[in-house]
Design a protein around this ligand. Sequence first.
Ligand SMILES: [Fe+2]
Ligand SMILES: [Fe+2]
Length: 354
Amino acid sequence: MIDYQEKAVILIADDNIIVQEMLGELLTSTEQPYELIFAENGEDAIEKATTMLPDLILLDVMMPKMNGYEVCERLRNHEKLAEVPILMVTALDDRESRVRGLNAGADDFISKPFYGEELLARVNTIVRLNRYRGLRDERAKLSDANVELVSLNTQLQQMNDELATAYDATIKGWARALELRDQETQGHSQRVVAMSIHLAQLYGITDLDALNSLRRGAILHDVGKMGVGDGILLKAGPLTGEEWDVMRRHTIYGYEMLKPIEYLRPALDVVLYHHERWDGGGYPEGLARDTIPLHARLFTIGDVWDALRHSRPYKAPWPREKVISYVLSEGGSGFDPGIVEVFQEAIQDEVIWE
Ligand SMILES: [Fe+2]
Ligand SMILES: [Fe+2]
C-alpha cells in the first residue's frame, strides 16, 4: 500500500553527470523534497525501477546502449511498472521524436535545456496526480471489499438464524419425545417456558441471549429422564428410596447428555440445578441461596407450579389458590424470596399462570 506521508521517489535516468546534478539540486531544494535514485544507462534504470518502484521516472532519450524509447517500451511491458509515470527529457524538440516517445509509452516530454520552474511544476503535477490516482484506486478497492463484507455478514447472520431455528426445532423434538414417554406431563415443557420467561422479564432480564438460554433450559430441563427406566418413570405408585435416588439423577443425566453441545451450554444451569432449593435442601449438589444459578432459581417456581396444578399418578391437581399459597409459603425456604415477590406480580396474568 502507498504511504502518502512518505517522500515521493523519482528515478532519474541520464548518462550525463552534470544533468544528474542539476536535476538533483532542483528536486531536493523544494518545500517537499523528493527522494532521488540515479541510473546511468537504460539497463540500470530498468533494474532500479523494478526494485524501488518510483513515483516518477525522468528518462533521458539519448543514452548509450539502450536509448530512452527502448527503455520506455520495456518499462511499459513490465508487470509492476506498466503504470509508472514517465517524463522524457529530450534535446530533440521535434514532432517526430515526440510521436515516437508517445508510441513507446511516455506520458509527457520536457526539452533540454529546461527551465527549472517548468520542470518542477510538471514533476509536481504528475506525482500528485499519480498518488491521487493510487489513493482513489485503493479507496475503491476498500469500498468494494466493504460491500462484499457487509453482504457476507448478512449471509452469515442468515445462516446463523437458520441454524438456531434448526437447533430449536431439534430440542423441541427431544422434549416432545420425553412427553410421549411420560404421558402426564404433556404440554409441561411449553408451559414452564412461558412461565419462566414471564417471570424473568418481570425480574428485569432483558438480554435476548440470556432469555434464549433460559428458554432452551426450560424446554430441556427434564431431558435427563430419558435415562430413567420405565419401571421408575412410569410407576403408578409411590417410589421407594432407591427409586427416588435414580429419579433424582435425571438432572445429572440431562447435564451429561447436553454438555458436549456447545450451543446448549448456557442452558445447562437450568438442566442441572432446577431441583435445588433456596435453603440448600435440594439436589443434585445441595446448593443454597445465591450460589444456585439465577436461571435455575427463576425456572423452579414455574416447574413446581405446573406440577401442582396438573394431575400426576400419585395426586390430583391442586386448585389455583392453594398453589399460590404454597409458593408464597416457600419463599425463603424452597424459593428465592426476591423472585417470589416478583411471582406475586406475575400471577396477575392468569393465562400464563393458569
Ligand atoms: Fe426435573
Ligand atoms: Fe418439570
